[in-house]
Write a protein that binds this ligand. Sequence first.
Ligand code: NOJ
Ligand code: CA
Length: 577
Amino acid sequence: MEPETITAGEPAMAGQAAKKKVVGSAADPLWYKDAIFYELHVKAFADSNNDGIGDFKGLMQKLDYIVDLGATCIWLLPFFPSPLRDDGYDIADYMDVHPSYGTLEDFREFLNEAHERGLQVMIELVVNHTSDQHPWFQAARSAPAGSPEREFYVWSDTDQRYRDARIIFTDTEKSNWSWDSTAQAYYWHRFFSHQPDLNFDNPRVLEEVLKVLRFWLDMGVDALRLDAVPYLVERDGTNCENLAETHVAIKAMRAAVDAEYENRMILAEANQAPANVRPYFGDSDECHMAFHFPLMPRIYMALSQEDRLPITDIAAQTPEIPASCQWGLFLRNHDELTLEMVTGDERDYMYLAYSADPRMRINVGIRRRLAPLMENNRGRIELLNSLLFSFPGTPILYYGDEIGMGDNIYLGDRNGVRTPMQWSGDRNAGFSKANPARLYSPVIMDAIWGFEAINVEAQEADPSSLLNWMRNMIALRKLFRVFGRGTLRFLEPSNRKILAYLREYEDEQVLCVANLSRVWQPVQLDLSGFEGLVPVEMLGYVEFPAIGSGYYPLTLGPYDFLWLELQSPRVGGEQQG
Ligand code: NOJ
Ligand code: CA
């Protein structure tokens, strides 16, 4: 279905609705609260023309797979024209499609096909920086110093300014400044030296950014992920992150979204401590969503230490957010498992526990996929996903993790977690019919993780596969709004290997209990206030003993977890309430 155009009215027309150009594909303005995101790179998903690179036509053929998984929103990694030196986060043209992936027309068709299936689509708004190949940078280098063209970027005669700003890509960059011989000046870059930062002190930059935003929202894109958003503005004497001026720019983007569109969403990629992420929601006038970066490594830490403390500790530090806002939760993504938001000791612990081989490390993090991090232990994979699906926020899955795909730590940069999707045991994992040597990346081929062992076709045929388990869990989660919208309260049983929490929303009450340990654990839960209610296990719909006045005892096997809906007892065989 085409997004409905509710008015083509003149600005002079009276009424709020008249000003809004288009309504997004979702019916509910808070759609992102109940969503399941599925993150993918078009190049890695399916290759329709057999040139070894995935494309929009290939992706269109796989949309039903995404629907069958239960995902409701596709997050597309950058697909714009780019020299691809940072996998497309180095953009050379914001308003087109990289020719390897198709055309703008293909993108439009993909968007319509997704919308027709009830899927929303989130794309990237990467405006902290451009590629050095972007025409703006090419013009800036040779424009006179001080001219509006030059001022699109951040220049300096010395590389000594903003020295309190950390270096993010520590493995490749020695400074946030690089010398440009054409401009005869240094330019500022928070990431690779081929990614010059745009200058948000120049009002023309924000104007251009808003044009880009409108270009994609006019087309019907439902959401934008604001890449690297804490670094938009720099100031002397600060660490150049999270500055008030940066928030002013985000507010301007949000104001444009609110004034001109309905049912759209913007998401902050702010890899920051919880207290510093909170301002990205503003007063409901900045981002609708933000990733919860600090939670993610602590889930891994709690599992490895068999102790709930890292999780409950970070949850206690997580501030309340406005009612219309939402956390984006994830276990893995296309980057390294970042350890920037943990203490030095925690980082040492994580490296030791999850990256025995130094090749598994990059920058300040670990470049591995979920299943290898879990040592291919099905119980651990399921436990982590059960936390992802039941914590407050919207779960975001990374393509391939739903079938337990492996990684290739011998590829450079973060490419080891960006290998082709494994569809079947056919040539090139069913991803492409190209000569294997032509693929943008080798497929994974070893006996444990290779495409013959791990692929969609085999898992679809196997009722006990991880894929079918994931489908089932996602379907279950979607039956209860409490997971996306409810409150969270941790219980404090004396056995710290057990993580137990209550989720509550309107008339839904769910008790989640997880065993973080590799061996059996008993637990006594204090469920006072819920006396008389009957916990019903949600996967099998089995009634557990009613909650009495004393502690409620449970026993959990290795990595077990329980989702229990607390229901009123039946009277005369009929359930109440
Ligand atoms: C964050 C993205 O997730 C990452 O892949 C990229 O390298 C940096 N931003 C720079 O754009
Ligand atoms: Ca192709």
